[in-house]
Design a binder for this molecule. Structure first.
Ligand SMILES: *[C@@H]1O[C@H](CO)[C@@H](O)[C@H](O)[C@H]1NC(C)=O
Ligand SMILES: *[C@@H]1O[C@H](CO)[C@@H](O)[C@H](O)[C@H]1NC(C)=O
Ligand SMILES: *[C@@H]1O[C@H](CO)[C@@H](O)[C@H](O)[C@H]1NC(C)=O
Ligand SMILES: *[C@@H]1O[C@H](CO)[C@@H](O)[C@H](O)[C@H]1NC(C)=O
Ligand SMILES: *[C@@H]1O[C@H](CO)[C@@H](O)[C@H](O)[C@H]1NC(C)=O
Ligand SMILES: *[C@@H]1O[C@H](CO)[C@@H](O)[C@H](O)[C@H]1NC(C)=O
Ligand SMILES: *[C@@H]1O[C@H](CO)[C@@H](O)[C@H](O)[C@H]1NC(C)=O
Length: 503
């Protein structure tokens, strides 16, 4: 048995009678650097957190925190690595990660089975909110899940009395971040706002933007987009060419993780038309609190990633995941400390969890509030391109999740369209019985009519569509769960979304 460096802490031991113990943490993160939360980026944050925790003897006392890192990839590997770990070292005391929804779900279920707390800066899908008594009971999310983003939209809709929205997204059928983002927004707003969800199975290089824009025109004046940057750009250009960027419509784009996209001079590469087009676009980001402490943290993280993994951030800033995982270990250490004050042995997972939920910690970038359901509250900013000449973007509104409070930035009132509500009566929506049908686009319909009954041509058309992967679904408010059987099947596979089907 290993001798712990307990001697100087004998006194502490007298007070806390628990024995000196090594706390086993298992961190599950992908090694592939194409992820924003790869090991190269997050490991330095976890190691710094361990150092911070160990430096503070009042936190863990004589115990030490030992983090083992494993490659979670973004799928089932996370579960397999967890089981491998158990075989070699016994059950971990705490699991940190994974981020990807499909990787996190089975690990979170196992964590419940083992009664081991699991903390992650990911697993952002709405389905994970099924906590108390549910499948994900031992999961704590230290970064705001997508349903908190829904809170922002709900607050904005109330503030401006908007009544309907079109939610448009691209479903990559892989990690499906946009699907889960939109789902979170939908879940928060579905009872108050008429929502038209449009799921676009389209490769972004395809010429789809005009149809997207027409769809917005038909259904609402407020559009929420979740696409990659180039697709958003195309949609905005198409909107501009259709005369929809004069203040009659507003488009929101969600960009939570990659902070490089703002204020980086990227706008300089846009021509005059593109700049005008982007005037109707508002971007949603996480609210940033600047502090000298966070600046030091950023520098330290970049330096460590470079030294440890030869990984260079370039111009990117540390993202939500790096910050979140650092906070996760801090939160765990603090909860463990509090739980140990009351028990003279290693507290149960359940006991530790009780000290993590419904509590507030001083995180590295500001206060982190974990709600009574074990999820972080989210503060967000809305950004607009306020100077089209220089491409300057400014914050025009903020949302404080804990208080569900939306505020326009003083002096930026002009950037909020006030006259949208007059045009929110939706038209041309199909009845519910046909909701499973996929709707062709106008020119496609024309073609279909012309060709009519010629079966051969229809088959050719089918092949054409299949090859182009081009399909637009219009789903009515109540039927999120009853979409095409293909999609439903796809959703079942993951069984994350136990909550989605109650829509
Ligand atoms: C990393 O992920 C990207 C995107 O998912 C993939 O294209 C690439 O092959 C992966 N690299 C490795 C080494 O697995
Ligand atoms: C940390 O834990 C791992 C796995 O349990 C073990 O192999 C390793 O020796 C431990 N490290 C220290 C410093 O005790
Ligand atoms: C895309 O749509 C525009 C507008 O209708 C059209 O001018 C252009 O030719 C289309 N591009 C392709 C590749 O279909
Ligand atoms: C963030 O976005 C910028 C601009 O689109 C891109 O160049 C960069 O690679 C992105 N960073 C990451 C980590 O994906
Ligand atoms: C570190 O990465 C740079 C490019 O990113 C490469 O040129 C260099 O050889 C790498 N150094 C080591 C030690 O791998
Ligand atoms: C959360 O904590 C506050 C006091 O900090 C308490 O009043 C409230 O009842 C707690 N909520 C739950 C659900 O435990
Ligand atoms: C709103 O629209 C009405 C009529 O279309 C117009 O008279 C009014 O000036 C508009 N208000 C603002 C703030 O644009």
């Amino acid at each position: 048995m290993q001798l712990c460096p307990c001697v100087p802490l004998l006194l502490a031991l007298l007070i806390t009678p628990s024995r000196c113990r090594q706390i086993k943490a298992l961190a599950l993160l992908p090694t592939n650097d194409s992820y924003l939360f790869s090991l190269s980026v997050v490991r330095p944050a976890l190691e710094l957190a361990v150092e911070t925790v160990q430096r503070n003897p009042s936190l863990l006392g004589a115990h030490s925190l030992n983090v083992t890192f494993a490659d979670s990839d973004c799928g089932n590997k996370a579960l397999f690595k967890t089981l491998d770990f158990e075989k070699q070292h016994g059950r971990p005391d705490v699991i940190v990660g994974p981020v990807c929804v499909y990787a996190a779900a089975p690990v979170a279920r196992l964590a419940k089975h083992w009664e081991v707390p699991m903390l992650t800066a990911g697993a952002l899908a709405h389905g994970f909110a099924d906590k108390r008594g549910g499948e994900y009971e031992y999961l704590t999310r230290v970064s705001p899940p997508y349903s908190k983003l829904g809170g922002l939209f709900l607050a904005m809709f109330r503030h401006f009395s908007w009544k309907s929205a079109v939610l448009l997204y691209h479903d990559d059928r892989m990690e499906r971040e946009c699907y889960f983002t939109i789902e979170g927004i939908f879940a928060a707003m579905r009872n108050e706002v008429d929502i038209y969800v449009t799921d676009i199975f389209v490769t972004p290089q395809h010429n789809f933007s005009r149809e997207v824009v027409e769809h917005v025109r038909i259904h609402s004046t407020v559009a929420v987009l979740c696409f990659e940057a180039t697709a958003v750009h195309k949609i905005m250009l198409a909107a501009h060419r259709s005369g929809m960027t004069n203040g009659d419509y507003i488009f929101f784009n969600i960009e939570l993780f990659n902070s490089t996209l703002y204020g980086d001079g990227r706008w300089n590469s846009f021509d005059a038309e593109a700049r005008l087009a982007h005037r109707a676009l508002r971007t949603i980001t996480l609210l940033r609190y600047n502090s000298p402490e966070f600046d030091r943290f950023t520098i330290e993280m970049k330096q460590r990633s470079l030294e440890m993994f030869n990984f260079s951030y370039g111009d990117d800033n540390v993202n939500m995941f790096v910050e979140g995982f650092y906070n996760a270990l801090l939160l765990y250490a603090q909860a463990l400390h509090e739980a140990m004050l009351h028990e003279d042995h290693m507290p149960s997972g359940d006991e530790i969890m009780r000290h993590m939920w419904n509590c507030t910690i001083a995180g590295i970038a500001g206060t982190v509030i974990i709600d009574a359901n074990g999820d972080s509250e989210g503060d967000y900013s809305v950004i607009a391109l306020t100077d089209t000449e220089r491409g300057t973007q400014k914050v025009i509104g903020n949302y404080y999740g804990h208080w569900a409070k939306f505020e326009e930035t003083p002096g930026m009132e002009d950037w909020w369209p006030r006259n949208l509500s007059r045009k929110t009566t939706p038209q041309g929506v199909s009845d519910t019985s046909s909701m499973c049908q996929s709707y062709g686009l106008t020119y496609v319909k024309t073609v279909a009519i012309v060709i009519g009954t010629l079966l051969l041509c229809l088959i050719l058309l089918g092949i054409f569509f299949f090859l182009r992967k081009y399909k637009v679904f219009i789903v009515k408010k109540k039927n999120w769960a009853e979409q095409s059987s293909e999609k439903h099947h796809y959703l079942r596979e993951d069984s994350i979304e136990s909550n989605c089907s109650t829509a």
